[in-house]
Design a protein around this ligand. Structure first.
Ligand code: URA
Length: 260
């Protein structure tokens, strides 16, 4: 194990030992200075999320910031967080009914992180996000962008399947938030794509419908954030593929990547 990974273990201890009620407690100045969300184009007051630190900064600050870590060190840090997730029982219904937790997958040095809603039946069975029908469509979108799935880091708002694929409860998203924030902190992506309303609203603490969050840039930590329709919605409404493709072109253009 490299030297950068060794300093992750105390973080894991802290991460795993902090019970979820503490998520609402105020945290250190250092944490509050690093974790926040905001809109960076056409600022609208009610869309600006409060500092992440208000809910979970003490835990987020316990994991290493990925910026100066090697790929192996980031993998090690993510693996430590994943172990905490695997043991998590904060959402008792989800913990009782899950087959396994679904942490995240992909390049720990990805420029782009994709955030979905929650695992479905296929993901619960296989332990990987976006492997069912919505995932197959997501893979096509990734390929259309000129990328491979392994180029992206993919995760969800929740790490457990909600029974019957119901929409995640706010309390469940709050319970899982420190894990998401830890992943964001370690991967340190330049861009985040929120797939669907659940991801967009929860990450950015917004009440806007997803249609109103599209085609504008938000900021979360150091990432530029774009929101678009969920692949499951596209399966039910194929006409929405065109606006999603427009959103992907906006992303590629902002990244300075060639348009396919
Ligand atoms: N839908 C999601 O939002 N995430 C998954 O992992 C699968 C389906």
């Amino acid at each position: 194990m490299s030297s950068g990974v060794t300093h992750v273990s105390p973080a894991r201890e802290e991460l795993c030992s902090i019970p979820s009620p503490q998520l609402t407690q105020p945290v250190s100045e250092a944490a509050s200075s690093t974790a926040h969300a905001s809109e960076i184009v056409e600022p609208v007051a009610e869309e600006v999320a409060p500092p992440v630190a208000e809910t979970n900064g003490s835990v987020v600050s316990a994991v290493p910031q990925g910026k100066n870590l090697t790929k192996a060190e980031r993998e090690g840090a993510l693996a430590e967080v994943a172990k905490c997730v695997a043991d998590c029982t904060r959402c008792s219904e989800l913990a009782q009914k899950r087959t396994q937790t679904v942490f995240g997958v992909g390049n720990p040095q990805a420029r782009v992180m994709f955030i979905g809603e929650a695992p479905g039946a296929d993901e619960d069975e296989q332990g990987e996000p976006f492997v069912g029908k919505a995932g197959q469509l997501l893979n096509k979108i990734i390929e259309a962008c000129g990328w491979k799935r392994e180029d992206i880091y993919i995760c969800n708002i929740l790490r457990c399947r909600p029974p019957g694929n119901r929409t995640p409860e706010k309390s469940e998203a709050d319970n899982c938030r420190e894990f998401l924030d830890a992943q964001i902190r370690i991967v340190n992506p330049e861009y985040i794509v929120c797939w669907g309303s659940c991801a967009a609203k929860n990450l950015l603490d917004s009440v806007l419908p997803i249609g109103k969050m599209r085609r504008r840039w938000f900021k979360y930590e150091s990432a530029r954030v774009l929101c678009t329709y969920h692949p499951s919605y596209l399966l039910r409404n194929p006409a929405a593929k065109k606006p999603v493709w427009d959103d992907m072109k906006l992303l590629l253009s902002d990244m300075g990547e060639p348009l396919p």
